[in-house]
Design a protein. Structure first.
Length: 124
């Protein structure tokens, strides 16, 4: 078993990209659910001066911020997949290290954005 890890391998980044993809999917679903809820159920704050919650500048800012981070996570996920494909096609120290770094980048953001998007559901 130990001999399988004597040379650079993509086992670690492959396992981590799966978690990043799951977290990114959770973030996408939570964002869409929160957006639907705001559009159909939420009322504006009493002092907001708006007829709809979707017209509240703070709500718009919050959703814009979430949306941009979600798009960044999705782009980083695709990029990490490309690095991982290269590392699997030609496993050497450089390609595996580059894939590991790319996956770590998306893993960090996907965890953060899935928690933020999920929390937004409860804040509305």
């Amino acid at each position: 078993f130990q001999s399988a890890f004597e040379r650079p391998t993509t086992v670690g980044p492959l396992a981590q990209i799966l978690h990043a993809a799951i977290d990114t999917g959770i973030a996408r679903a939570a964002f869409e659910d929160a957006l639907h809820f705001v559009r159909t159920k939420t009322r504006p704050w009493i002092d907001a001066g708006n007829d709809k919650a979707t017209e509240d500048p703070l709500t718009l800012k919050s959703f814009g911020h979430l949306s941009s981070r979600l798009h960044a996570a999705e782009a980083l996920l695709e990029r990490a997949g490309e690095f991982l494909d290269r590392a699997q096609a030609d496993s050497n120290a450089q390609t595996v290290a580059a894939a590991s770094i790319a996956v770590a980048e998306v893993r960090a953001l996907s965890t953060e954005i899935s928690l933020a998007a999920g929390s937004t559901l409860f804040e509305l």
